[in-house]
Design a protein around this ligand. Sequence first.
Ligand code: ZN
Length: 460
Amino acid sequence: MLVSGGTVITMDAHRRVIKNGAVRIRDNRIEQVGKADELRKSGGADVQIDADGMVIIPGLIDTHVHLAQALIRGCADDTELIGWLQKFVWPLQGNFDARDGKASAELCMLEMIKSGTTTFLESLLHSRYGFDGIANSLQESGMRGVLSKTVMGLPSYGGKESIMHPGMIEDAQTTLRDVEAHFKRWNGAANDRIKVWYGARSLGGCTPELFSQIATEARKLGTGITMHLSEVKEDVKYTQENFGMMPAEFMKKLGFVGPNVVFVHGVWLTEKEWAILAEKGATLAHCPSSNMKIASGIAPIPEMIRAGVNVSLGCDGGPSNNCYDMIREMKTASLLQKARLLDPLVMDAETVLEMATIRGAKALGLQDEIGSIEVGKKADLALVSMNKPHLTPVHNPVSHLVYAAEGSDVDTVIVDGKLVMEKRIVKTLDEELVLQEANERGGKLLERTGIVISPKWPPA
Ligand SMILES: [Zn+2]
């Protein structure tokens, strides 16, 4: 396959941007990157993709996704985290069955593909969502993804005990065994597009012993762990009152923190804790829209990056963001820090694009495989059309991508050398069918749960 004619933002070590560039793909890997004229001369191709007027970027990497929340978008607005979980999100998800899980996952993947995301890290799959159904959908979607199965032992959040909906409760030993079984069945499947990780439930959801056990078992399998950490002040209160430590110190003491760990949010982490993440090579997935919408706080991201932490980007979920569009998220990530620090220099477009690509790849331990357009890497690309009023003229494509573009400007998506979307037509999932199924299942789920979404302005 030869993709030629656009501007290639390589994200390679030199951060080369190639005008009138081209990418040649053989099987699932990038074979050549360079000027279009030269690559065209060096041979033909079975598939020619004309990228004239487009920017060719590495496929975006969303390092914090809840697949099962696409179906409940808009069902928990204007509420803080614990009330948001207790009154809306847990009762709704606690009523999911495997068909809801599949419908929500496909809806979410469709949205990600259509906004240029090629790889995602799902953080907490409970058994009732149907792991196998979701893994099958991931295989079919053509995307690359990490599926983390929830491991938990307590129905609590921080010090707030027994607040979880009964439908969400699972026990420690079963959940640990589940991850192992899913790992054996799915890790490396679909030409290595699928990975299986441990999804540790938040602080208060696991005993200290269980956190240690997760860390040990993940090391044994050679796989990763993801976990929400210091998202809200309750996390800090919980570890301080019960263990006399800050959350990241507590996790370090349990032998949990390492390069295979992606912590999420980190809003209330302190300088001492940034040093722990940096020293241990752990990643922090930053989710600015979610933090703003649930009013969790603002994570001091430029300070963490300066402290040496690998920071990636995530959209989080349907009721917290409320969309899975990494291009919009990049803009939010940048503007939030500028406003917080009253300094336009603290978070430039280049840094944010790194968080959404190469630093996301590092988060997943896939920095040698994806995250940049380089010879030998897997061919995961997104072509963004600049032929739009809000993107014309193109003086600086990186600026346009972060500050002016939106997900719907993505025209074509390639994952593992295969066309997943061409000219906005998704070639893997059946878009119409996915939307229809989501509408039906979403309606029935609300009926079953008994939650009524009453808009503040009554419909006439
Ligand atoms: Zn989350």
